[in-house]
Design a protein around this ligand. Structure first.
Ligand SMILES: NC(=O)c1ccc[n+]([C@@H]2O[C@H](COP(=O)([O-])OP(=O)(O)OC[C@H]3O[C@@H](n4cnc5c(N)ncnc54)[C@H](O)[C@@H]3O)[C@@H](O)[C@H]2O)c1
Length: 253
């Protein structure tokens, strides 16, 4: 184990998922005490086991439904009860609904906003007093879809919500500056995860996506987790209010 997050208590949401799991393992290897959570009990438990098997420190609250402000407060209380402080909040979890303007219902639009935007607001608001106390760090998760459109993807609600995450992050950085809080976001491109594996079943769409990356391949969850680690650690001490694109060069080509 090395020590880039030694002594830090880091909340990571969605630790049952691909990127959240890698982030939990990565942060724990760097000495963090990790607080995980997920709506999916079995997956969250599995991640905790993996971290503990490696000798890392992790507590996890599951099931936890972050679209409910009460659950967000419960997660923060759980972190404080367990580790007495919060240094890093990595808002990684989200649930996305893809559809086109002509097909999306009001209910689906609202569900997407709740699943991508509201949960970040609720949890960040609940964590804020503790982040002020620790002069902490926020790492949010947006998406390449916030910055560009994909011809085959009905992502109206997704692009709108994730652009909101980038804007929210900038505002949080401004509001946090007097308290020593830094806030940044990550915009992943196409990362090979449980969620994207389905899209990639179709060889046509897999080729068109891979062909649009400069690096000629999809990203790996740990390549997002490593950027989150940089933003969570003191190595990024002069970085705030920005969005870092992790897309293998998809956006520039
Ligand atoms: N995988 C990609 O290519 C990609 C691209 C751009 C952005 N992202 C973003 O990165 C993040 C992680 O992506 P992933 O691919 O690891 O996803 P994933 O589906 O593998 O994991 C997400 C986890 O979050 C949990 N979760 C979702 N909503 C929740 C809620 N309201 N309360 C509690 N838990 C909840 C899920 O149960 C799941 O375990 C997401 O925000 C996603 O939108 C991913």
């Amino acid at each position: 184990m090395s020590s880039r997050l030694s002594g830090k208590v880091c909340i990571i949401t969605g630790t049952g998922g691909s990127i959240g799991r890698e982030a939990a393992l990565t942060f724990a290897r760097e000495g963090a005490s990790v607080v995980g959570c997920d709506a999916n009990v079995d997956a969250a438990e599995e991640t905790s086991e993996m971290v503990r098997c490696e000798g890392g420190t992790m507590a996890s609250l599951h099931p936890c439904h972050l679209g409910d402000p009460g659950h967000c407060r419960a997660l923060i209380d759980f972190a404080m009860r367990t580790f007495s402080r919060i240094d890093v909040l990595f808002n990684n979890a989200s649930t996305t609904h893809f559809n086109w303007l002509e097909d999306i219902s009001d209910e689906e639009w609202t569900r997407n906003r709740r699943g991508e935007l509201d949960l970040v607001f609720y949890l960040t608001r609940a964590a804020w007093p503790h982040l002020k106390a620790s002069r902490g760090v926020i790492v949010n998760t947006a998406s390449l879809a916030a910055l560009m459109s994909f011809r085959n993807l009905g992502s109206l609600a997704h692009t709108t919500a994730t652009a909101g995450i980038i804007a929210m992050t900038r505002q949080l950085a401004m509001e946090g500056r007097d308290h020593g809080i830094r806030a940044n976001s990550i915009s992943p491109g196409m990362i090979e995860t449980d969620e994207t594996r389905n899209h990639l079943q179709d060889p046509g769409s897999a080729d068109s996506i891979v062909g649009k990356t400069l690096l000629g391949r999809l990203g790996r969850p740990e390549e997002v987790a490593n950027v989150a680690l940089f933003l969570a650690s003191g190595e990024s001490s002069y970085v705030t209010g920005v969005d870092i694109v992790v897309d293998g060069g998809m956006r520039v080509w």
